[in-house]
Design a protein around this ligand. Structure first.
Ligand SMILES: Nc1ncnc2c1ncn2[C@@H]1O[C@H](COP(=O)(O)OP(=O)(O)O)[C@@H](O)[C@H]1O
Ligand SMILES: Cc1cn([C@H]2C[C@H](O)[C@@H](COP(=O)(O)OP(=O)(O)O)O2)c(=O)[nH]c1=O
Length: 228
């Protein structure tokens, strides 16, 4: 049977992830793979309720971190692990790196305690009892906070996170950089300060380097898909 793949997209709000997630899912489908496209917080009925609370209700950093991990546990058990067991490609808009970047670096919550929660929540869900479930690859959309803020200024009504000041996103961006430095084999850095087409090319190259997509997919860009 085909081995499942777990791919996460990460980056500060406005980095441009959403523009490419569906295009990547389609590229895998074009090559005959079944794709589960999902997101965090969210991905199950319970986790989507927790997402609504997290994005709109005021709370302290510990509550925020616990809600993120509670939603993640349900998502892992109900959706991610079963899809990986079926050999599917799971593409997830954010995962645990977001908790380290937003609740850790952004809000200042203790990173050691987050690591303990990560172990508790992400161990024991996979068939291998001691495996800490993590993405096989994380596409990190790296963009200066000031550029992301310019992009978001006209884009949409801000939620609790998007309404944060520039310094918050500068800290979150550093949080992502620290996570990437700590696990370089898992991260593919995408220079998000480029045209949509150039960003898409980098996404495809990251997949080709892993041997997960054939090179021909790179001829289809997120732009051409949007126009289709
Ligand atoms: N490469 C790019 N260059 C300029 N603007 C972009 C680019 N990619 C996305 N955008 C725009 O920036 C905003 C945020 O993009 P989005 O994909 O929603 O980011 P994210 O999902 O990372 O928060 C949107 O208005 C989008 O149209
Ligand atoms: C997964 C996760 C997301 N978040 C935040 C980051 C985002 O601001 C927000 C939702 O992410 P996202 O789905 O990217 O929002 P949008 O649909 O507006 O593009 O939740 C955390 O703070 N901690 C987490 O663990």
């Amino acid at each position: 049977m085909t081995t499942g793949l777990f791919i996460s997209f990460e980056g500060i709000d406005g980095a441009g992830k959403s523009s490419h997630i569906e295009a990547l899912a389609q590229a895998f489908r074009d090559q005959g793979r079944v794709v589960t496209l999902t997101r965090e917080p969210g991905g199950t009925p319970l986790a989507e309720k927790l997402r609504t609370l997290m994005l709109h209700d005021a709370m302290d950093p510990l509550t925020e971190a616990l809600i993120a991990f509670a939603a993640r546990r349900d998502h892992l058990v109900q959706v991610i692990e079963p899809a990986l067991a079926r050999g599917e490609v799971v593409i997830c808009d954010r995962f645990t790196d977001a908790t380290f970047a937003y609740q850790g670096a952004g809000r200042g919550f203790d990173l050691g305690q987050l690591a303990a929660l990560e172990r508790m929540v992400q161990t024991g869900t996979a068939p291998q009892p001691h495996l800490l479930r993590e993405p096989d690859l994380t596409l990190w959309f790296d963009l200066p906070a000031a550029v992301a803020a310019e992009r978001l200024a006209t884009a949409r009504v801000p939620d609790r996170f998007e309404a944060q000041p520039g310094e918050f996103f500068a800290r979150v961006a550093r949080g992502y950089a620290d996570r990437a430095q700590a696990a370089p084999a898992r991260f593919a850095r995408i220079d998000a300060n480029a045209s949509r087409h150039a960003v898409w090319q980098q996404v495809v190259q990251a997949m080709v380097r892993k041997g997960w997509l054939a090179i021909m997919v790179g001829t289809k860009t997120a732009d051409t898909r949007e126009q289709a």
